[in-house]
Design a protein around this ligand. Structure first.
Ligand SMILES: Nc1ncnc2c1ncn2[C@@H]1O[C@H](COP(=O)(O)OP(=O)(O)OP(=O)(O)O)[C@@H](O)[C@H]1O
Ligand SMILES: [Mg+2]
Length: 334
């Protein structure tokens, strides 16, 4: 039996810790619901991430800043099992920084992070890579597939790292590729797949280990609208079966799929809106017809807007830069 990361329940004496080499079954499934309902998958407290020091320091995640002392309270965030969360915000607002910390790819300057009940602050590098492999499935904007490697081998890779035997690896990788509709593309290499298909391979690779959550940084950023719909449809269905998903996006159309939308400005959470209950279906599956109509309307408005933009005569009164800035900030803080 493989070594494991066994999740211990939070107790009165404090949060769960991880013992990487305990004996017992490997737990790679969802966080178990606690006696009072779903458990938090992400618990972030007073999280600060700064680069550099002194005057030139960049505070990528700061939370509210005390106007008198200048102290940074840090970011607090709890994501419950089964949620589908979109993180939005303009370029440089701290989205990827937050995602990298939540994904255990980076460490905070200060603050606390419990992932699926495990306090990751006390883990060394090998324990962290074990946590990443067992608990998190990553999806990136640029797919990050291995060149010249078949879809099947790409999806088997995380299982190989986890020490799963060859026949079982193959069985699970084929099942994951079937979930994303690529059972007939097992032997295709990235250059033999469309962008949307490549991203679906990446989704299969992310979910094959049955992680506690999927983290996606702009998963549809490089896709056309049809492939975007396909990938979002898969994410909707994965969430409907209980998978926790946190995704970063710039697009309102993508955020509409989320049950909860969080907006960051300058390393602070400025808005946190629930669009659908954690324990229900995601918006696109709750009322598919209504969602599709709203989508069609939104597309029409976008098309009209784009057409108008291109139809604008060259000589337009100049818009003062400050007005543009106000509009941008206004839309961020909606
Ligand atoms: N390694 C680093 N060193 C110094 N500053 C950094 C580093 N990484 C990020 N930053 C800064 O931290 C801030 C937040 O960056 P982050 O990548 O989280 O933004 P983002 O919201 O993901 O933006 P985008 O939408 O463009 O991807 C930015 O001001 C960025 O310049
Ligand atoms: Mg980013």
């Amino acid at each position: 039996m493989s070594p494991l990361l066994r999740r211990r329940r939070t107790t009165e004496t404090g949060p769960a810790e991880v013992g990487p080499l305990e004996e017992g079954p490997v737990e790679v499934g969802l966080a178990e619901p606690g006696p009072w309902g779903p458990a938090p998958v992400i618990e972030v407290r007073s999280l600060v991430k700064s680069y550099g020091e002194g005057e030139g320091a960049v505070h990528a995640l700061s939370g509210p800043v005390d106007p008198v002392t200048g102290d940074r309270a840090g970011v607090d965030l709890t994501v419950m099992q089964g949620d589908l969360v979109a993180i939005m915000g303009s370029s440089g607002s701290g989205k990827s920084t937050l995602m990298n910390i939540v994904g255990c790819l980076d460490v905070p300057t200060s603050g606390r992070y419990l992932l699926d009940g495990i306090d990751v602050g006390g883990l060394d590098e090998s324990q962290l890579s074990l946590v990443r492999n067992r608990k998190i499935g990553f999806i990136f904007q640029s797919f990050n597939l291995v060149p010249r490697t078949t879809a099947l081998a790409q999806v088997e890779l995380p299982l190989a790292y986890a020490g799963v035997k060859s026949a079982e690896r193959r069985r699970r990788a084929v099942a994951a590729l079937s979930v994303v509709g690529l059972a007939d593309r097992l032997d295709h290499r990235p250059n033999e797949l469309s962008g949307g298909q490549q991203q679906r391979v990446a989704v299969a690779r992310a979910l094959v280990t049955s992680p506690a959550m999927l983290l996606a940084d702009e998963p549809t950023g490089n896709l056309d609208s049809r492939s975007t719909d396909e990938v979002l449809g898969i994410i909707d269905r994965l969430n409907a079966t209980g998978r926790t998903v946190v995704l970063i996006t710039h697009e309102d159309e993508v955020a509409r799929h989320a049950k909860r939308v969080i907006r960051l400005v300058d390393g602070k959470v400025v808005n946190d809106v629930r669009q659908a209950p954690v324990d229900g279906l995601p918006p696109a599956l709750r009322d598919p017809d209504g969602f599709a109509h709203a989508h069609a309307d939104a597309m029409q408005i976008t098309e009209q807007y784009t057409t108008q933009q291109f139809a604008q005569p060259a000589a337009q009164p100049a818009v003062p830069q400050t007005a543009l800035l106000d509009t941008t900030l206004g839309s961020e803080q909606r």
